[in-house]
Design a protein around this ligand. Sequence first.
Ligand SMILES: CC(C)(COP(=O)(O)OP(=O)(O)OC[C@H]1O[C@@H](n2cnc3c(N)ncnc32)[C@H](O)[C@@H]1OP(=O)(O)O)[C@@H](O)C(=O)NCCC(=O)NCCS
Length: 189
Amino acid sequence: MKPHTGTRTLETPRLLLRRYREDDAPFMFARWCGDPAVTEHLTWPAHASLDVTRTVLADWIPRYDAPEYYHWAVTVKGLDGPVGDIAVVKLTGGDDISVRCGEIGWCLGRAFWGQGIMPEAFRAVRDWLFDEAGFTRLCAGHAVANPKSGRVMMKTGMTRIGTARQAGIDNTGIVDMVLYDLLPGDPRL
Ligand SMILES: CC(C)(COP(=O)(O)OP(=O)(O)OC[C@H]1O[C@@H](n2cnc3c(N)ncnc32)[C@H](O)[C@@H]1OP(=O)(O)O)[C@@H](O)C(=O)NCCC(=O)NCCS
């Protein structure tokens, strides 16, 4: 099994995916962390103030020292500050059992929805995790009431596994989750 790589900078035609920096906080708060419309189907509530975003970021940044920490700020070339977030939110398996599975989570500032930004970001993350970081399976899930996230999964070649009842909690309560996965040999759309 390949060693973990940690979070490396990834480039796509429109985007640069990079590590977070302290000065990202105001952009994050203004674009997505403070917006309840973005967090409606996320597990964390919208940040009440920029200080909350700063505190969260101060917790994240030291984690980049760990090679198994994969967490990118999504930036658009030519635009200051990140517009969204993509990460391995849960890692399972170990070096000893030849299984390395990553659950992917993502969110994007509302002003940037509908431009194919997250599919483009996920394609880069997917290819990195499979081809360079030794992942053997990726998975993702969305609340039944949040099909726009499912569109990202479908458009990038993930396979729908089914619906797990009452399997998630988001800011609307306990929700049924539509689950998807992807293996390294699957067609990558
Ligand atoms: C899910 C999310 C990351 C998608 O990112 P994106 O870059 O907008 O993805 P796409 O451009 O491919 O759009 C995906 C779908 O969103 C929907 N959509 C597009 N623009 C929209 C808008 N302005 N308002 C509402 N929905 C919109 C469309 O159904 C689109 O699918 P289509 O391309 O087949 O028409 C983004 O909507 C988001 O951040 N949502 C809030 C956070 C969240 O739900 N995260 C995932 C939790 S599982």
